[in-house]
Design a binder for this molecule. Structure first.
Ligand code: A2P
Length: 298
């Protein structure tokens, strides 16, 4: 593991995390156990990934003591009025009595009378955050954060927060560098976590010629460059793999020089390369502007 990064609350978070989103049941248990044996000490989970019980099994299978592992889970969107219940389910499934980090995603999704779900635009996110702060005070989680928050949402929350989020977890990679958001979080002392750092499965960033040339220069894989891009800036990438060899090789980081970083930071300015690969509300077909603030658009 390439070291740790400090959170605003003073605790440390391992610099690379294992992502578990879309890790299929039947594979995630083995991947978690292998990752822990290979040296990962940070696992990023969520209730909505619907695989936390298996992640918990993988942790126990690895033989690595709970207290050596940094575990994150997330409040799911249907639980904004009852954050404690979402947490209770995650703790039960993971088989642990505390989390190192608990993240809130955006937007309340209540169930309509016909069973469908829609976003409640009138929901006050400050009400959810107040519950997160109470959960923090209860000691069941050591830090609280948010996921997929853009600057306007964060500015709004800032008006009422008692504890600021320790992290903001967003999609981040050279095709979606979100420079303004990263700078805002840095200024506020909020750590940025990067999901989909490789641009997702078979994504075009891994085969981008500029990434390939930097990889060749350092004699590493394109994935190592994309992971190092974050680690070099103190951003924590959450990398998903279920392949033992890729799990292992993804822990290798390199020191990228100024020229490499400039290239990667400016990659999304090339025609057609500014691209988001995930819709956080998968399953709920939202338009781009519905979810993100205008600063996210190019
Ligand atoms: P696999 O699980 O077969 O390794 P992201 O983290 O950006 O969402 O990307 C995850 C995807 O990238 C997974 O589908 C994973 O597939 C693949 N992946 C993980 N590590 C590497 C790597 N070193 N080289 C190529 N693909 C990788």
């Amino acid at each position: 593991q390439p070291g740790t990064v400090k959170l605003a609350n003073g605790s440390s978070i391992p610099a690379i995390g294992l992502g578990t989103w879309q890790a299929p049941p039947g594979e995630v248990e083995g991947a978690v156990a292998t990752a822990l044996r290979e040296g990962y000490r940070h696992i990023d989970c969520a209730l909505i990934y619907k695989n936390e019980a298996e992640v918990g099994e993988g942790i126990r299978l690895s033989g690595v003591p709970r207290e050596e592992i940094f575990i994150t889970s997330k409040l799911w969107n249907t639980f904004h009025p009852n954050a404690v219940e979402s947490l209770r389910r995650s703790l039960k499934d993971l088989g642990t009595d505390y989390l190192d980090l608990y993240n809130e995603s955006s937007e309340l999704l209540p169930v309509n009378p016909d069973g469908s779900r829609a976003i409640d635009r009138d929901w006050d996110m400050g009400k959810t955050w107040a519950q997160m702060e109470d959960i923090l005070a209860s000691g069941k989680v050591k830090a609280i954060g948010v996921c997929n928050w853009s600057i306007p949402y964060l500015e709004e929350l800032k008006k009422t927060w008692r504890s600021k989020p320790s992290v903001n977890q967003v999609e981040l990679h050279p095709h979606l560098p979100q420079h303004e958001l990263v700078a805002w979080c840095k200024k506020e002392g909020i750590l940025v976590e990067a999901y989909s750092p490789l641009g997702g499965s078979g994504g075009p960033i891994l085969s981008d010629p500029d990434v390939a040339s930097i990889a060749k220069k350092h004699n590493v894989s394109p994935a190592n460059v994309l992971i190092s891009y974050h680690v070099n800036q103190g951003i924590v990438p959450l990398v998903k793999s279920t392949s033992p060899s890729r799990l292992k090789s993804n822990l290798q980081t390199v020191k990228l020089d100024e020229d490499d970083m400039k290239k990667l930071n400016e990659l999304s300015e090339q025609p057609g390369k500014h691209k988001r690969y995930n819709t956080p509300l998968f399953g709920w077909d939202l338009g781009f502007d519905d979810w993100y603030g205008p600063q996210d658009k190019k």
